[in-house]
Design a protein around this ligand. Structure first.
Ligand SMILES: [Zn+2]
Length: 404
């Protein structure tokens, strides 16, 4: 059976690695920038695609430029709520049934807006989209699985006073403390806000993440924050092995207890190991791969984003995704940033199918991992029946296609 883009669009999908500020609709960005007096390099969608949100980027800095613009319209509750709502709707329209939206509350807080306010605003937007979708005839009748979501709060490996009003305040009041200590303290605060939102307010905050430049900013600075998350039953994911070698992935797992790894692109790069006490680097990498496989630590694979930011990746076929699959790692296909990366979940799966010649069975396995390894916000029993429902629906879509 030929796996077409149309078929993929109909299949129930997930996105476990999805940044809110990288996935703002450009029309919305323009409108909110106009209303808020924010200066953009262009006020047309085409103009923004040519100047900032491009198909290809020079390097990571070029890629990151867009976030400055999106974040500048995400300092009001109503705007954050609207952007979150639209993100969920965009996913629903292409058959995505489960998303985990991540964002760094500290990039949006400041002045009147607390960390908690930002989480509430994101939840309000997502919840509205969820309720609307789930009241449709197809879902109510049980013919199709419902839409669900979780929220992941991101801590930052690095920041400075220019990142946001909140970060400016935190740096200012700790003028005599070493940088690393301030990074760790900021993470502790954001995890504290996540714990409060989950435990006291009952919001579907399901996990924490660590984002930002890996090199020179080791995870150990954030250990206390991750242990606080663990003590409060929050799941843990970490951006690791995106721009730095296997050791970064090892540290994310052993020092922060990561349940999932964001990217993991440099997992199979023994040549990038810097620890001089490791002589047999090939064996080290293999041990690490087996460790990840055995513990079912899931890799959140973001193909397009990796192609755009890793200058060493020239052809998609050279992406380590195939090696991950061959080693039976638990992988899930994710977008990272829908707007900044110019992509959708359907696009990502379609690209993977073509570049790695995936069979329908392999596509199914990837979808199953997406649902199973999600940090589903409710009871395990409910999660199991939801996963079952989504996979039954997968089979139904395939059977319908077959009978055409
Ligand atoms: Zn990411």
């Amino acid at each position: 059976m030929k796996i077409t883009r149309e078929l993929i669009e109909k299949l129930p999908k997930t996105d476990l690695h999805l940044h809110l500020d990288g996935s703002v609709r450009l029309e919305t960005l323009i409108e909110l920038a106009r209303d808020g007096g924010v200066v953009l390099p262009s006020y047309t969608v085409e103009g923004l695609k040519q100047t900032v949100f491009k198909e290809n980027y020079k390097d990571l800095d070029d890629y990151l430029r867009g976030f400055g613009y999106t974040c500048s319209v995400m300092r009001q509750k109503e705007n954050i709520q609207r952007i979150s709502y639209e993100l969920a709707v965009d996913n629903q329209r292409e058959g995505v049934r489960y998303i985990e939206v991540r964002f760094a509350p500290q990039l949006h807080a400041g002045g009147e807006m607390t960390l908690s306010d930002t989480i509430v605003a994101v939840n309000n937007g997502l919840d509205r989209a969820r309720r609307e979708f789930n009241s449709s005839e197809a879902v109510v009748s049980g013919a199709e699985p419902q839409f669900e979501y979780g929220i992941i709060t991101c801590a930052m490996r690095y920041f400075n006073r220019h990142f946001s009003d909140y970060f400016n305040d935190i740096v200012s009041v700790h003028s005599y403390s070493p940088e690393d200590k301030i990074f760790g303290l900021a993470s502790l605060e954001v995890v504290g806000a996540a714990v409060q939102a989950k435990r006291e307010m009952g919001l579907p905050v399901v996990g924490v993440d660590l984002a930002g430049p890996e090199k020179g900013n080791p995870p150990i600075h954030h250990r206390e924050a991750y242990m606080l998350a663990q003590r409060n039953f929050l799941n843990k994911t970490v951006h690791a092995g995106e721009a730095y070698g296997p050791e970064s992935i090892f540290q994310a797992i052993t020092e922060l207890g990561a349940d999932r790894i964001g990217h993991g692109t440099s997992l199979f790069k023994p040549e990038t190991i810097t620890d001089t006490s490791i002589h047999n680097t090939d064996r080290y990498v293999n041990d690490l791969v087996q460790f990840i496989a055995n513990r079912r630590i899931t890799v959140e694979v973001c193909l397009t984003s990796n192609m755009q930011t890793d200058p060493e990746l020239v052809r998609l076929e050279d992406h380590p995704f195939r090696k991950m699959m061959d080693n039976k790692l638990s992988c899930s296909i994710c977008t990272d940033n829908r707007t900044v990366s110019h992509t959708t979940v359907t696009d990502e799966v379609y690209k993977a199918v073509n570049a790695f010649d995936l069979s329908l069975n392999e596509v199914k396995t990837l979808m199953v991992y997406g649902f199973k390894r999600s940090f589903f916000p409710r009871d395990y029993k409910e999660k199991r029946s939801y996963v079952r429902k989504c996979m039954d629906y997968f089979e139904k879509v395939v059977a319908d296609q077959d009978s055409l």
